[in-house]
Design a protein around this ligand. Structure first.
Ligand code: SF4
Ligand code: SF4
Length: 164
């Protein structure tokens, strides 16, 4: 499916989803990288050693979710915008998703937006909790959204309300 549509299938998503136990323990990276391309900056971005050494630069990244502390340093280092950090421990109803966001204007903290999936379909209302845009992030802003718990593995970007 990915080759034809650019959208991963449920089996691919299952493979990269942390266990329910790990998700409950706080922020953790989700690496949605499914194509063998010559790319490996994620591995060097991770100071925890959670992203394992590549035997070949074309390998898919392998992450040990138990080693990942959810710091998010890898998000802006990924040229494929394929890394997200999910925090299911945020509250009983909502979880957090940290995502790369390269569109302008950037949203404001507290702004209500619409979360969308990898196919651009509207999933749910979401709230901007944090916007990071520092030199250390190599000019790839990272936006943290609060979304309903059930949508943590679905929302992968957002659009502003009112079509801006
Ligand atoms: S979130 Fe932090 S600890 Fe986890 S894989 Fe990315 S850089 Fe490593
Ligand atoms: S940096 Fe991103 S695109 Fe490159 S291998 Fe790592 S996850 Fe995949």
């Amino acid at each position: 499916m990915l080759e034809k549509t650019g959208v991963p299938d449920p089996e691919q998503i299952n493979k990269i989803t942390p266990s329910q136990e790990r998700l409950k323990n706080g922020p953790v990276a989700i690496v949605e990288c499914f194509q063998n391309i010559p790319c490996d900056p994620c591995r060097y971005a991770c100071r925890q050693g959670a992203i394992k050494e590549f035997a070949d630069i074309n390998d898919l990244p392998v992450i040990d979710h138990e080693e990942c502390n959810g710091c998010g340093l890898c998000i802006s280092e990924c040229p494929g915008l394929a890394i997200f950090v999910i925090d299911a421990s945020y509250s009983a109803d909502e979880g957090l998703i940290k995502m790369p966001y390269e569109y302008l204007p950037l949203p404001e903290q507290g702004e209500e937006v619409i979360g969308i999936d990898t196919e651009g379909r509207e999933v749910c209302n979401a709230r901007v909790v944090k916007v990071q845009n520092t030199k250390a992030l190599d000019r790839t802003p990272v936006v943290t959204l609060a979304v309903p718990q059930a949508q943590l593995m679905k929302v992968r970007s957002f659009v502003k309300k009112g079509g801006e």
